[in-house]
Design a protein around this ligand. Structure first.
Ligand SMILES: *Cc1c(COP(=O)(O)O)cnc(C)c1O
Length: 422
């Protein structure tokens, strides 16, 4: 692949152009299993790289602080309408720069510094911004944290209720970054109601599954839905906050002027395109295929003797505990990377090891599904993972290069959306 797709960039800055071209090759040749990543379409890429970037648009459509918004207003209004239609919500704000600022806006809307907030602990599968200590959300607010039960790896809703009633948090977050199982939004809603808390579903990971009907929707159960747009939803890097009409003003005020200045209009355009794509029948098929692939991959890994947190998956994500294979997560992740299989090392619940050197790896099927791999490919993927983990244990570099060649061979037969053909 060459940088000639971008002649102006190549002429102006050949060094940078070469980095981008190299990244295209890497994304084309490798099996990308990081569950929060994906491949956006060429249409999303084009929309995200436009002159909309040149425009300042503080405010909202029809109520801006700068003139010349004739076209920008239409772009943002279209993104908002599509979000409302796709997720069935009264109100959508498409301006948050990313998932973390979106969540910060939720705090700004519903809590004061020092208030108690509740979310899932990071090492149990929650996100930093759900009140974890090293995050601003855990130092400016008093974060109390729930987890999963040690024997099942599942959320213990009775324990969540007991904690909520004891602590009376202002906000409860449900959702996370390493949860392989379906979230019971109705159960969280009854807990939040009893505790008098605002309930936020952070569906950053599963928004695409929800849009495609492959995971239950939190809409109707929760006060606010927070999501990134770039994970299973397959849009540009950004975020959205969605809610009932009663919270619309508070959410909008918190995003702007509470937390942000001008929205990234080129990203808003990319989000609008992604939402349009997500409303097509082909996206429903993709969302169901993501889950079918994850279930097939989990089954194939279990057959090869791997331990999976909670014993499997209901969604796009699998959390593997490598303790019984005798290989720490980081060493396995780095070996897999050399084998052309890209994952991240991850804590498992009750991990005896440290977060920067944990026991597990986290994998997922959104990217491979976007390239058209199906359940028939999952046994070979599991076999590669198994061979690479064994090779990591014996530092067998030759085995890793062998797997890398096999991976590249399969991937070359499944071109990725948005990437040039080899
Ligand atoms: C990814 C993620 C976020 C944060 O998104 P960024 O865009 O990385 O800031 C927030 N919450 C959850 C549950 C996530 O998975």
């Amino acid at each position: 692949m060459s940088a000639s797709r971008r002649p102006a960039l190549l002429a102006t800055d050949p060094e940078l152009a070469s980095f981008v071209a190299a990244e295209e090759s890497l994304q084309a040749e490798t099996l990308r299993l990081i569950p929060s990543e994906n491949y956006v379409s060429a249409a999303v890429l084009e929309a995200s790289g436009t002159v909309l970037q040149n425009k300042y648009s503080e405010g909202y459509p029809g109520r801006r602080y700068y003139e010349g918004q004739q076209n920008i207003d239409r772009v943002e209004a279209l993104a908002v309408e599509r979000a409302k239609g796709l997720f069935g919500v009264d109100h959508a704000n498409v301006q948050p720069y990313s998932g973390s600022p979106a969540n910060l806006a939720v705090y700004l809307a519903f809590a004061k510094p020092g208030d108690t907030v509740m979310g899932m602990a990071l090492p149990m599968g929650g996100h930093l911004t759900h009140g974890w200590g090293v995050s601003a959300t855990g130092s400016w607010f008093r974060g109390v944290q729930y987890g999963v039960s040690a024997d099942t790896g599942l959320i213990d809703y009775d324990a969540v209720r007991a904690l909520a009633l004891a602590e009376r948090p202002k906000i409860i977050f449900c959702g996370g970054t390493a949860l392989p199982r379906t979230i019971d939004f109705a159960a969280f809603a009854s807990i939040a109601k009893e505790a008098g808390a605002v309930l936020v579903a952070d569906v950053a990971h599963i928004a695409g599954l929800i849009a495609g009907g492959a995971h239950p929707s939190p809409v109707g159960h929760v006060d606010v839905v927070s999501t990134t747009t770039h994970k299973t939803l397959r849009g540009p890097r950004g975020a959205m906050l969605m809610c009932r009409e009663e919270h619309a003003k508070a959410i909008d005020k918190a995003v702007f002027p509470g937390l942000q200045g001008g929205p990234h209009n080129q990203t808003t355009a990319g989000i609008a395109v992604a939402l349009h794509e997500a409303a097509q029948p082909s996206f429903t098929a993709y969302a169901h295929a993501v889950v079918a692939n994850a279930k097939a991959l989990a089954a194939a890994l279990l057959e090869r003797g791997f331990d999976l947190v909670s014993g499997g998956t209901d969604n796009h994500l699998i959390l593997m505990d490598l303790t019984s294979r005798g290989v720490p997560g980081k060493i396995a992740a780095k070996a897999l990377d050399r084998a052309g299989i890209v994952v991240n090392y991850n804590t498992v619940p009750f991990d005896p090891r440290k977060p920067f050197d944990p026991s597990g790896i986290r994998i997922g099927t959104p990217s491979l599904t976007s390239r058209g791999l199906g359940v028939e490919h999952m046994p070979v993927v599991a076999e590669w993972i198994s061979r690479a983990v064994d090779a990591a244990a014996t530092s067998d570099e030759q085995a890793l290069s062998g797997i890398r060649a096999e991976v590249a061979d399969l991937m070359s037969a499944h071109p990725a959306p948005g990437l040039p053909l080899a």
